[in-house]
Design a protein around this ligand. Structure first.
Ligand code: SAM
Length: 430
């Protein structure tokens, strides 16, 4: 396919996402099925344009005078992919598979007729307007920069599974894919974000992945798992284990000694963990299916309980930009309620002297400090500890510093640590 055909395809896919509310991955898959002539390079070029347009939907819409799929994709082509306006005009002029000739107004807009610095802050930050007060409240002077960092293409991060491989083994196995050590996680590898129409490698077909030597896991998720500081021989409950990304990381950190009990209220979410744990050789992962009465024998006995709480997912907007615009006040309220429920349910498993960890992939104070401080007030047997020392010990004194409102809990963000957004708090039970 030539560039104009790819642009038109991206407009069609984005129309499906915005007008028919189809999830972006599904819209891209559907387009691929209906257009089997398109090669893998075409698909990644189209996907990149659609994802870029979604990441910057409000700022591109502002610069282009409206958020139609055509405006957004043309804007993404020029403003985010460095295509020169003259070149684009010539390319689309008479290509019958493209979006048609550009109007004079479109050309003027693409040439920067509207200055983004005149836009409201939430538009410059590409954060939904209704959410801006909460977002701004969290980051004050840095809020626009934090929002903009969430619009960048994400890298591919991998955790080396130290049960099966060393960082050196994995680096060697993935050298052709461009893997480098992560900036902060000592067990992380990173492939830089794709540029232009490029794509990230499919490492799942590589032997090192298939034999359990690596897991795909954002560096932020690796870091919060390392901050649990799981020790060999400990009994740990991962209370919201989902697909088990953090359970597997904890098991490796424990050198496969002790136990990681992986529970989730939703049995379907736990399903992939059986196979993942087997591939990882993570023998100490004990999957506990709901109902929660199956956990009764662990009450009051856990050295550590990890709550990787259900949340808005603001911290993952680089990877899931459509979720940013789907988030609603109602769904956020539901997440707050679920967070209170998991905190109330998980606390009973911590043994006296044990630790309770509260993690989200959100960057909103209401889901983070807000929940932790409310919990601490109602549960005086728990005390907030500072996470700074363990961060320095495990991640390094020279590593990029996470953001912290209270000097105790940590918020990792794309702008501060170059990771997905994550919140981390640790509380001790007396
Ligand atoms: C952020 S996800 C977990 C991701 C997972 N820990 C990982 O690293 O891949 C949050 C999980 O909390 C679960 N959850 C929600 N309410 C819960 C509850 N009351 N008890 C236990 N798990 C719950 C959800 O089903 C979801 O899988």
């Amino acid at each position: 396919m030539r560039q104009p055909g790819r642009i038109q395809a991206a407009i069609d896919v984005l129309t499906d996402v915005l007008d028919r509310h189809t999830p972006v991955a599904m819209a891209l898959r559907d387009w691929g099925k209906a257009n089997r002539f398109a090669g893998s390079k075409d698909r990644s070029a189209i996907g990149n344009l659609v994802y870029d347009a979604l990441r910057c939907k409000s700022s591109l819409g502002f610069r282009m005078g409206g958020e139609s799929p055509r405006n957004l994709i043309l804007g993404a082509t020029v403003f985010m992919n460095d295509t020169a306006v003259d070149e684009l005009v010539a390319l689309v002029a008479d290509d019958k598979f493209g979006p048609g000739a550009l109007s004079g107004d479109e050309v003027a807009l693409l040439n920067g007729k509207i200055d983004l610095t005149s836009a409201p802050d939430w538009v410059q930050a590409d954060v939904p307007d209704w959410l801006w007060p909460a977002f701004e409240n969290n980051f004050t002077d840095d809020a626009i920069a934090e929002g903009q960092a969430l619009t960048a293409r994400p890298p591919l991060d991998m955790r080396v599974n130290t049960i099966k491989a060393t960082v050196g083994d994995a680096l060697k196995a993935l050298s052709e894919q461009g893997a480098q050590p992560c900036p902060s996680s000592p067990i992380g590898l990173r492939v830089a974000p794709a540029v232009g129409s490029g794509r990230l490698p499919n490492v799942q077909i590589e032997k090192i992945y298939q034999t359990g030597g690596i897991e795909i896991q954002d560096e932020g998720s690796q870091i919060v798992s390392l901050l649990v500081n799981a020790q060999p021989g400990e009994q740990i409950l991962d209370y919201c284990a989902g697909g088990g990304g953090k359970s597997l990381a904890l098991a490796a950190d424990m050198n496969n000694e002790g136990a990681v009990h992986a529970f989730d209220i939703d049995k379907r979410r736990l399903a992939p963990l059986y196979q993942r744990a087997a591939r990882n050789g993570a023998d100490i992962v004990n999957v506990v299916e709901p109902p929660s009465k199956n956990l009764e024998n662990l009450l009051g006995k856990m050295d550590k309980v990890l709550i990787d709480a259900p949340c808005s997912g603001v911290g993952t907007w680089r990877r899931k930009p459509d979720a940013k615009w789907r988030l609603s006040e109602d769904s956020l309220e539901k997440r707050y309620k679920e967070q209170r429920v998991v905190l109330a349910g998980a606390k009973a498993f911590v043994k006296p002297g044990g630790l309770l960890f509260y993690v989200t992939c959100s960057m909103l104070a209401e889901e983070n400090e807000g929940q932790v401080y409310t919990f601490l007030e109602a549960n005086p047997e728990f005390t907030l500890l500072s996470a700074g020392e363990v961060y320095e010990e495990r991640i390094g004194v020279d590593a990029p510093k996470p953001w912290s409102e209270d000097g105790c809990t940590l918020t990792l963000t794309p702008a501060s640590t170059g990771t997905d957004g994550f919140y981390f708090a640790v509380m001790a039970k007396e």
